[in-house]
Design a protein around this ligand. Structure first.
Ligand code: F3S
Length: 280
């Protein structure tokens, strides 16, 4: 079908934290040849593969590195600082400054003896890092159902959010915890503004088009949240990692197509999807 109208949502492509991390990694690889990354630098397999070919080797843990002169990279979503162990490596820290800010908030709350509730996905590296900093006096909850089930002692409680979580879910959790018998409650909305804007814009676009395509890694938390947000307003929404995943059947008969992306999706992936839409 010819003459499809394709609209790319504002705020698509890399967010500033991802771009910054890749720039730092690129310079480090140029200087050192090989750099070891504690987990994928960002949640986009195509970009991770491309960087791995250049010299960024993904490792599961610090024990996978034996050379004393090795350079170890901390990914954009940060880590639990304990994961660096006691060995002395050159550390290349690409933690997004916004994630770094949340880590500082958590350290401060821990020093002040707050019980810290982290709202997010317990398996996400950012949340694992925050939980590691918060220590035993903390809990991770995904939603208000899990928050309701929390058995909190009366005392000082603070809530923070994964940077790529949803603000409305965070607010729901805060309202549930506020009903519990506590002496003090502090809540820090630490959802990254780029994440909220990206989702909002994608949702607005999805409501206007016949079909919506969201490009991003399957492991990317913010991509999957954008897909769900778009699906709520447009059932013709599909998530793809790259143009290869896009089926001609999905585009059949659709005259207006919207495109949005997760924060770790490169411009190249958008260009390839646009090209495929024009071709089929
Ligand atoms: Fe940072 Fe927000 Fe991107 S926390 S990595 S700017 S999505």
């Amino acid at each position: 079908m010819k003459k499809r109208k394709i609209t790319v949502s504002p705020n698509s492509g890399f967010c500033f934290g991802v771009k910054r991390a890749l720039d730092i990694a690129g310079k480090a690889i140029k200087e050192r040849g090989v750099v070891y990354s504690l987990g994928p630098i960002i949640h986009n397999p195509q970009v991770v593969r491309e960087f791995s070919e250049k010299g960024l080797k993904v490792i599961k843990g610090i024990n996978d590195v034996s050379e004393k002169s090795a350079a170890v990279l901390v990914p954009s979503h940060g880590i639990n600082p304990l994961a660096l162990g006691k060995k002395r490596f050159t550390c290349i820290d690409t933690t997004c400054p916004l994630v770094g800010r949340v880590q500082k908030i958590v350290s401060g709350l821990k020093k002040k003896d707050y019980f810290i509730i982290i709202v997010g996905d317990k398996n996400h590296p950012e949340v694992r890092g925050l939980a590691g900093i918060a220590g035993k006096q903390s809990s991770v909850v995904k939603n208000k159902k899990e928050a309701k089930a929390l058995n909190l002692k009366p005392g000082k409680v603070a809530l923070i959010s994964q940077t790529t979580a949803s603000v409305s879910n965070f607010r729901d959790v805060v309202s549930v915890v506020a009903k519990k018998d506590l002496t003090e409650l502090a809540a820090f909305n630490t959802v990254c503004r780029n994440t909220s804007l990206r989702r909002k814009n994608a949702e607005l676009l999805a409501a206007k088009v016949e079909a919506m395509i969201v490009i991003g890694g399957r492991q990317s938390a913010n991509t999957s949240k954008i897909i769900s947000a778009c699906r709520k307003v447009n059932a013709n929404t599909c998530g793809v990692e790259s143009a290869k995943d896009l089926k001609a059947k999905f585009l059949k008969g659709k005259k207006s197509i919207g495109i949005a992306t997760g924060a770790s999706t490169p411009q190249r992936a958008i260009d390839e999807v646009v090209k495929k839409i024009r071709r089929v």
